[in-house]
Structure formats: C-alpha cells, structure tokens
Design a binder for this molecule. Sequence first.
Ligand code: HEM
Length: 382
Amino acid sequence: MSRHERLLYLAAHPLAYPFLRLVAHAGPVVRVPRLGVVVNDATLAHQVLRDTSAFRKTGPGSSGALWSPVVGSAALLNMEDADHKVMRRKLSGLFTAGYVDDLCDRVLVGPLAVLADRLASGRPVDLVDTTRICAGAVICALVGIDADEATCRRMFAHGEEITAMVRLSTKELSPTQVRTAKRVLGEITSPAAVTYESGDEKTVMGRMRELGLSKDEALGTAAALFLTGTETVATLVPRLIALLCDSGVQGRLADEPDLLDRCIEEALRVTTPSPAMLRSVAEPARIGRMKVRPGERVLIATHNCARAHGHDFDPDRVPPPELNRLWFGSGTHFCIGYPLAMAEIRALARTVTRFAPLRVVRRRYSTGVLIPTYRVLEVARA
Ligand code: HEM
C-alpha cells in the first residue's frame, strides 16, 4: 500500500483505521461490538446494497438516522421504496453528461486557468487549496450562489466542519451537533431557497423546481449534494496526483492516452473517498453465512472490500467484475453525482498532468477529518 495513503488514513483515524484493517482479516462478515456487522467482501457488499427490503438507509444506525435530523426526511440519501424511486426518477435528468460538462466548463475555467498559469511558470501549487476552490465553485453554481474564491473556500470548510462530527462508530448526532450542522447548512439552503423561488433553469435548484420537486425536497436534496459531493471530489484529486507522482506512473501519461482514466479508476479504488456505507437491518436476513436481526447496524467497509483486491496503486490491474465501482455504491442508491464527480476529477487531473513530470514539493496530512485528506499537497514541474 502507498505509504502516504496509509499515513493519510492514520492521521484521520489513528485508532479506528488500524482496527478496521484488523477486522478485514477476521472474515468477509464480522460482528463487531459498537460498530455493527462489518462487511469486508465486495460481492456481499453489493448484495446488501441491492436488497433494500432487508437493508435500509432508514432505521437505527443507518445514514438516515444520522442525517435526517439535519437535512429533513426527504433528502434522497435517507429515503427508501416508492418515495426514493419517485425522487430518483425526477432527478434522473439532473446530471446528464451534457449538463455536467457544460457546468464544469463554465465554473472551472477560471480556477483551472490560474492553476495552469502557475504550473507553467514553474511555481508550486497547493492542489488541496485548488481542488477545494473548484469543488466549492461547483456546489455554489449548483445551488445558484455567485461565489468568489473566498466563498468557495468557506463553503468547503463548512462541509468539512459538518462531516468531521462523524466517526465510523457515530450512530446519531447530539442535539448540539444537529444545531451546529443546521446553522452551517443554512449558508447553503438559504440562498438555495431563493434560487428555487426564482426558478433559474441554469441552476440545479431551478431545474429541481421544474422537475416537480417541492421546496422542502429540493432543499433537502441540495443539502445532500453539498454533504456528499464536495469533500469526496476534493480529497480524491490531490491523492490521485500524489499517487501518480509517488508511483512514477506519471512518466507514462504522455505516451498512453487512455492511461489517465485508468489511473482515476484505480485511485478511486485505492483511496475509497467514501470509505464506509451504513444500513439498518429491517427484517431477518443473511449476509453470507451470518444471520442478522432487525435493528442491527451494517457497516459496509468499502475500503476493506476494495483493498482485498490489491494494496498498491496499479492502473494496469484489470479490476475484477465483483468490485463494479463499489466506491460509488450499488443498486438504487448508487451515487447520483457520479457523472459530475468524474467530470470534475477529469477536468482537474487533465489540467495538472499536462505539466507532468511533476514533483511533490510539500505535503501534510489532515487530522480530525472523516475523509482522509492532505492538508497541503504542493506540486511543481519537475
Ligand atoms: C469521488 C466522488 C464521490 C464518491 C466516491 C461518492 C460516493 C458515493 C457513494 C458510495 C454513495 C452511496 C452511499 C450509500 O449507498 O450509502 C453515494 C451516494 C450519493 N452521492 Fe456520491 N460520491 C461522490 C461524488 C458525488 C457528487 C459530486 C455528488 C453531487 C454533487 C454526489 C451526490 C450523491 C448523492 C445525492 C447520493 C445519495 C443517492 C441516493 O441515496 O439515492 N456524490 N455517493
């Protein structure tokens, strides 16, 4: 495993990470006190995620129980059955390839030009700051906030502040945490409400109104997009570039045009920006050989499932079919922002790697965060 990737995980979760890795060796499904039933195997993980009658995102210990007090009960990530299906259907036209490409072209053109200028001149660039600005700019554009760099950074920091309240064992937020998270989210949902009212179809809020979402549903969804779609992308890109530099693979990029896309897929596997998924057992069921009871919590250890298929970053590895992009989920809750995430990641990665070979000038790991991330990753032309 990349030494730096391991150190990133250890900095974020000094006790939980070694423990979670130990659990990986205990079998494909393991019952762990305080955590729940931990799934370490990709095939079983897909089975659990696809069985929405037995394993649900609502109920004790689920992500719904965690986030509903903050985002309301109709926010996609905490819905099931017909309500979820109807909402997904309404949103199916939201992140089309054309829309996400256009959005990224429009919103990222400024930050990417600054990035390219700096790299071209040989000066170092902190990719953490750059990707935060980009991810913040995209989310601001989605909800219709006209944002400068400082606003983008602030939005990003707000997201991080909320997700940092969650650890792998967190089952629900305390009343104080809920109040803080709601106050922080207000910075997104207040302007989002105005955009919804104005119905500007260039924004996702306006499009959600057009697609027939009520104001509450649209605001809940905006909060969900913010919580799930900012940090995931922003943490991945610096880690991807660090992996390219550390592994030496960047040296091959100029001669192999399809290599960057394979590197992105492999970096997603190795880093698993969303390292775990939660479900609540609703009816007696089995996960592999293990019987589970209603009310139990299931923790899909996505990171363990992905690492079982190789520790090192190797874009030449053919991903086994059972992995099937587990890092974006599976079944009805599969990441709705997948096309947008890939468009953002590609836009950033293509800009940076145009200046390969790069060298890492300085790096620092973040502590006290949910998603392992660099605090600083400065790169410059080698
Ligand atoms: C590298 C980037 C990303 C990764 C690794 C990622 C990963 C995931 C995963 C694993 C799930 C499923 C969770 C579960 O089933 O419990 C999910 C769902 C979701 N993601 Fe993403 N995501 C990313 C980017 C984004 C972006 C950019 C957005 C939108 C702005 C987004 C919005 C959502 C939403 C709203 C859901 C809930 C879908 C539902 O429950 O129907 N994600 N994501």
